[in-house]
Design a protein around this ligand. Structure first.
Ligand code: SF4
Ligand code: SF4
Length: 322
């Protein structure tokens, strides 16, 4: 049987997704029996001109991690889309924009102002900023254009499948590759993860308790067997797609939402606000003493909490400055 051809690419992301490919451990040997890697800039010497020379549809699958932040990433996304039969948005940044997508709370001008002029460690008396084109006697150079917003991959090119997570769990990666090899992929547009929420995989005990205060994980050590939401922590489990075996809960840390919106939710942040509203309050007859504004004020960084990975893919998408 002819081997499949895989490509991997890394755009606006931390690089953890590249390492996650190796987290499948010895199963990598099974993968290499069925597939050759023909493009993987982080691991092999390959040039963009090599991709340009490929026939359209030459690669069977391209696993693309990272969102689109600059013109080079946009160019490669469009090029790889042509060269791959299936395009997989690999990880939270490609699927949703990810943590780098929180930069959509700002814009290009303000980011440059902060980074090149006003950080405490900046010494830039000449006020220099990166120039896209630069000419010296020795020759000219060009760097990618930094764009106004971070975009998830499907806002730039059509995406066939999504592998969620920050990074995607090895089990989901291997299952996806197995489905590709056996020709058993679900319909295009599917998220290659189970149809359940993190709460469904979480072994912690839920008592349907009300909580009167929102706390942060730095404030206390939570009890290891009880639901974190019911201990006052904003655990994104009710609003987040599972498939990770509730990994963070096993480490006594709340889910921060890297799996994206749970099945059935229009978007993750609003689903979590709704879930949180059902647990906040006083359990007894003193309910009229409950000061909802004071409790909501205890929530530090609401956007970073509810949209840590998904701001660019959310209904809001970005901050709009008038
Ligand atoms: S809210 Fe968090 S701690 Fe509670 S059951 Fe869901 S995932 Fe587990
Ligand atoms: S528990 Fe939440 S944040 Fe942790 S790996 Fe799972 S989906 Fe991601």
């Amino acid at each position: 049987m002819e081997k499949l051809k895989f490509g991997f690419y890394w755009a606006a992301s931390c690089g953890g997704c590249e390492i996650a490919v190796l987290d499948v451990d010895e199963k990598i040997l099974e993968i290499l029996k069925i597939a050759d890697v023909v493009f993987w800039p982080v691991a092999m010497d390959v040039k963009y001109r090599d991709v340009e020379a490929m026939a359209d549809g030459y690669m069977d699958v391209c696993f693309f991690n990272g969102g689109i932040r600059n013109s080079e990433q946009e160019h490669l996304a469009k090029l790889l889309r042509k060269k791959a039969k299936y395009m997989v948005a690999f990880g939270a940044c490609a699927q949703l924009g990810g943590v780098p997508g929180l930069a959509n709370l700002s814009n290009r001008k303000d980011i440059f102002e902060r980074v090149y002029h006003t950080t405490e460690s900046t010494d830039n008396k000449a006020g220099t900023e990166p120039q896209v084109k630069h000419t010296l006697p020795e020759g000219s150079s060009e760097i990618p254009v930094f764009q106004e917003s971070v975009r998830p991959l499907d806002q730039v090119i059509p995406v066939d499948y999504y592998l969620p997570g920050c990074p995607p769990p090895p089990k989901l990666i291997f299952n996806a590759i197995d489905a590709i090899a056996k020709g058993q992929l679900p319909p295009k547009g599917s998220i290659l993860a189970p149809e359940l929420a993190v709460c469904d995989e979480c072994p912690r005990k839920k008592e349907e308790k009300k909580v009167a205060h929102i706390k942060r994980i730095i404030d206390f050590t939570p009890e290891p067997e009880k639901c974190l939401l019911e201990q006052g922590l904003v655990c994104m489990g009710p609003a987040t797609r599972g498939g990770c075996d509730a990994k963070c809960l096993g480490a006594n840390m709340p889910c921060t939402g890297c799996g994206g919106a749970c099945p059935g939710a229009i978007e993750q942040g609003s689903a979590m606000i709704s879930a949180l509203s059902t647990v906040l309050g006083l359990a007894d007859e003193k309910a009229e003493e409950y000061d909802v504004d004071a409790v909501v004020a205890q929530l530090k960084d609401p956007v970073g909490t509810f949209y840590k990975y998904a701001l660019p893919a959310s209904i809001i998408g970005r901050r709009v400055k008038k």
